[in-house]
Design a binder for this molecule. Structure first.
Ligand code: ZN
Ligand code: ZN
Length: 302
């Protein structure tokens, strides 16, 4: 196999009209992730060069449940043909249906269609929308626009006051930063003691579930009448507690262009965890770091 840089250099001079290949991190039939050459997609949208792509818990969950050949990655910083640095929008609602108009864009039928093809862990992708990155934000931190947008959208469903974050990994820490900034008193617990923040000193008004499982901890912590935001797979919600304590359980998933724009404006001012940046070729190491929880965020670069 040729060295990566050499390959890139060649391609910038020799550009066949069709069937151009590029490198991508591809899911194998054995549920392993590895580098492979894939065809550069011809449609839809505009061809952009990937600068960096964040590894997200939702990508890791898809390993084993998504088909071989899938290119994962949706937290993408890229450069457009005009040379602008942007954060890509990975799905979009139609903007006109009842779900979109009531703020549930991520449940729109149209939202199922990815707008980054084939996926962010590729040298180049086709993209149908983006927001421009400010100069002060690095490529790697530019990948935070997408998760931050999801957090900003989710935070709108969390009542103000004393809030417990359950699962204090990268997303939990973004929630903590966003909620503290708006004036909430934030507590955070995590199964990994190295990650835990301030434990709650009494019942809280709301809890945000940022890690799969952990719903019991969230539900048990809130005052009767309180709210639990489900931001990760809760597995089984304890319905009897919800019923007896008259809790409000709300869900939020993904983001919209409006929240991407809000995120890009907020990101330079927000204190965010440092990324661990690795090349695509080291995806297995990235995965190991993610799984052992020893890096708060892993970002891959082509
Ligand atoms: Zn994500
Ligand atoms: Zn819609």
């Amino acid at each position: 196999m040729q060295p990566h840089g050499h390959l890139l250099l060649l391609r910038s001079y020799v550009r066949p009209a069709y069937d151009t290949e590029m490198r991508a991190v591809v899911l194998g039939s054995d549920s392993e992730l590895g580098l492979a050459d894939v065809a550069e997609p011809a449609t839809p949208g505009e061809l952009v060069t990937v600068l960096a792509c964040g590894l997200c818990g939702s990508d890791v969950e898809k390993i084993g449940s998504t088909g071989a050949g899938t290119v994962l990655g949706h937290e993408v910083a890229a450069r457009t043909a005009e040379g602008r640095r942007v954060a890509l929008i990975h799905h979009a609602g139609c903007g006109a249906c009842g779900r979109c108009l009531t703020g549930h864009e991520s449940t729109c039928e149209r939202f199922r269609v990815p707008t980054i093809v084939p996926g962010g862990f590729a040298e180049r992708v086709r993209a149908s929308g983006w927001v421009e990155l400010p100069e002060t934000v690095s490529d790697a931190v530019g990948t935070y626009v997408e998760p931050l947008a999801c957090v900003l959208r989710g935070a709108e469903r969390v009542p103000r006051g004393r809030v417990l974050v359950v699962g204090n990994g990268f997303i939990g820490r973004l929630f903590g930063a966003v909620l503290a900034r708006r004036g909430d008193t934030v507590f955070a617990v995590d199964r990994n003691p190295l990650r835990a923040g301030a434990p709650p000193d009494g019942p809280v008004d709301a809890a945000v579930l940022c890690a799969p499982g952990g719903i019991e901890a969230a539900v048990e912590a809130v005052e009767p009448g309180g709210t639990v935001l489900v931001f990760a797979d809760p597995r089984a919600v304890p319905g009897d507690v919800v019923y007896r304590r008259e809790l409000t359980v709300v869900g939020s998933r993904s983001s919209t262009r409006a929240f991407m724009e809000e995120a890009v404006a907020l990101l330079p001012e927000l204190e965010v965890p440092e990324p661990v940046v690795l090349p695509f070729a080291e995806v297995e190491r990235a995965l190991a770091l993610f799984r052992e929880g020893s890096a708060s965020k892993v970002v891959l670069v082509p």
